[in-house]
Write a new protein. Structure first.
Length: 191
């Protein structure tokens, strides 16, 4: 049995083709494609290191990207894996993500995933072999206050509130059920 975790969804044009592409590129189909009545179609796939994600096609189409999403909105997904190069290749072939890489200190590289010119998530090479996982980020208007509230409600802090230069302030915690999630208070946007 898996421990509690968040599962991220990614919009695709064809759920069935995406699931087949995952299996053909070293991943696996965890849950085969199926319809969600009145909502859309989905599946659950895993990359070669075990990171799970759900391709999804909505009956209503995708909402437009909004740079002004309110607090409480999911805003980013980050894959933690022991094989960043393999993950980047897999997600390029299966989901059409391109990437750019940037140094995070002297020995860490962070890979930013994009599709259609919009940055969608990142890949970080800090996972244990065979134990890749996606970490969703939720917008907050005050990282420190949100982290404090989470702690009072029984969360365990994995990363105390800290600044990401040029991005904003974030924290990571595990809720009482054991699922990890990150929060982000972005820097004000330039006009």
């Amino acid at each position: 049995m898996q421990r509690s975790h968040w599962i991220s969804y990614v919009s695709v044009q064809d759920v069935d083709a995406t699931a087949k592409a995952a299996a053909a590129n070293g991943g696996r189909i965890v849950e085969p494609p199926h319809d969600i009545p009145t909502v859309g179609r989905t599946a659950r796939i895993a990359d070669p290191q075990g990171g799970e994600i759900c391709p999804f096609k909505s009956n209503a189409g995708d909402p437009p990207d909004s740079p002004d999403a309110p607090p409480g909105s999911f805003c980013w997904n980050e894959l933690h894996t022991s094989d960043p190069a393999g993950a980047l290749s897999f997600y390029e072939k299966v989901l059409g993500f391109s990437h750019r890489s940037q140094q995070m200190g002297p020995s860490q590289t962070y890979h930013i995933l994009s599709r259609g010119g919009v940055e969608r998530g990142g890949v970080f090479g800090d996972g244990a072999p065979g134990a890749a996982n996606w970490l969703p980020y939720v917008l907050t208007s005050d990282t420190d206050a949100t982290a404090g509230r989470a702690r009072r409600l029984g969360a365990t802090m994995c990363v105390d509130p800290a600044d990401i230069p040029g991005v904003g302030r974030f924290a990571v915690f595990t809720d009482p059920a054991g699922a990890s999630i990150a929060i982000l208070q972005p820097l004000p946007r330039q006009k």
